[in-house]
Design a binder for this molecule. Sequence first.
Ligand code: NAD
Length: 345
Amino acid sequence: MEHLIRGWDGEYVVVRYDRQANAWMFIAIHSTVLGNASGGSRMKVYDTPSDGLRDAQRLAAGMTYKWAGVDFPLGGGKGVIALSGPVDGKERDRLLERYGQLVDSMRGAFSTGADLGVGPELVKIIGRETTHVFGLRGAGDPGPYTALGVFTGIETVAAELFGSSDLTDRTVIVQGTGDVGLPLCKKLAGAGASLKIADINAERARGVAAELGAEAIEADAVYSEPCDIFAPCAVGGVLNAYTIPQLRCRAVVGSANNQLGETEDATRLHQRGILYTPDFIINSGGAIALCGMEALGMSDDYVVRKILSIRDMLKSIFDEAKQNDESPLAAAERRARRVLERGPA
Ligand code: NAD
């Protein structure tokens, strides 16, 4: 852990050890240049506590880019409860309450919300101990807001590649029909797209496809099935040295976090002529809604306008990437760094 903290470019890490559950809590604050840190908290079993710390550090840095990418006055932070084995019932609730006390002790330097293993119901338990939580007031489910951002991104990419944002008969594959994938599929179907849907839960994919007049495809067919746009809305790491050569799409526009197996995968996509929309821009809709409404006092209308402005962000990122013959990821990261250098607007 010493090695991880020494080698990190972030600001600080708050650590607690819970003896009773043999669990570690890490709150990694990557950057407060733009404002107090904000990011979700995840709870899962890790092989070692160091793996949990590494995850917190990596995800906190991602939040710095996400907030800078959309120019929000918030800093990058992330919480991880690293379990040594599964917990449930009263023991899980006790752990989350203790985690809530830890968040509260930071007096607003970090505010948090749902992430992997900490769904909205568990955020409520953290919220028993601190007011520095998102998702309990106002904004509700972030999924539809994230889907709105992805849908806007798909329209923007269609305009970029095909000269029109009209999605009629454009073939889109959606991987994952959960909180984001389902509302996205509904929007795409409403816009007349020719929709192919996959989910690891094949029955769910078939049900959604039947409801929307779409085609359900096998979960492992998403990479090689021809389409205009591939929308990964399930898990991370789906774009890698193995899947990228199989892709038969013109663009990748989806909500999943950490879609790239490694940074070089952005270059692999660029070399194949596949337009990639960086995840920290395209999936920011839910975070914009939750933090915008609950921390920054924005109205629903304003938040929706901010999410729709993902269109302009993407356009300028695509233009810069084109000028430099580089991946949109490189241009988006440079844009975020420029905002961080400038400081709060
Ligand atoms: P979810 O858990 O509600 O839904 C995920 C869906 O994907 C489920 O239906 C699941 O069965 C399916 N799935 C899992 N593995 C799959 C696979 N290998 N192939 C096909 N389907 C698979 O999650 P969600 O909230 O919809 O989030 C989806 C992705 O978007 C995640 O990567 C998440 O981190 C990211 N994201 C979500 C939000 C949000 O607002 N919910 C915001 C930003 C990013």
